[in-house]
Design a protein around this ligand. Sequence first.
Ligand code: NDP
Length: 243
Amino acid sequence: PDNPSDGPVAVITGASSGIGAATARALAANGYRLALLARRTDRLEQLAVELGGDAVAIAADVTDRGAVVAAAERVRQKLGAADVLVNNAGVMLLGPFDSSQREEQRRMVEVNLLGAMTATEVFLDQLRTGSGGDLVNISSVAGRTARAGNAAYAATKWGMNGWSEALRQELQPAVRVTVIEPGAVATELTDHITDPTAKQASEQFYEQLAISAEDVAGVIAFAVTRPRRMTLNEILLRPTGQP
Ligand code: NDP
């Protein structure tokens, strides 16, 4: 951070709900100062108030590079250079792979994969400033296993894993790269599925065994607070009982 007497600065994309919001709370509890990015500013502002003085809510759609650049400037001004970037913004629009799902497929690539790439290239200078940065990419079990009905979503998460492994080698030791691969987590993720059959199947599956966003947030906070001589490269976690 620019002011070394203050805590490190963490930027979270998709901080308005689910894993992103829980991670903001977990990192704040560990002394981090938070920049909360997403589109729903009412949610972000509420969370910023809850976290207290040092948290900043910033409207930014990760598919809009101009908005991400403006957000990075605001972070530098308000908090100083970012020490941690959590690429968490994502959508899971499950459904059969056909033309009826074309919009959903493209949106997942735009948000989950290209959005993470944009946020990373924009914030990279900040992560490289200071005593050492952390890049945390929220992938998924779907980044290591593919199933019928999740082709495009799996493509974005497999893509994120390959991209992250290359970045791990390229950016270390200045920036540590950690990939988090959660199984089912109870959040708003399934709300946005447009295919009725896929939505119903997902909701049923999640009702049976999802863990909480706080469970995942605790793992993320643990990873970034390890001594800098070590990196947790990849963390795969599932609700106990998930196939
Ligand atoms: P939520 O739907 O609760 O959260 C998704 C977040 O992404 C929201 O804050 C949303 O904010 C944000 N977001 C969506 N589109 C954009 C965009 N274009 N620009 C900026 N922010 C955006 O779901 P989760 O917390 O579950 O999802 C978070 C991440 O975790 C995702 O990458 C997901 O793939 C991953 N994941 C989730 C699992 C689960 O079972 N829940 C399992 C494995 C991985 P807003 O709408 O305000 O912009």
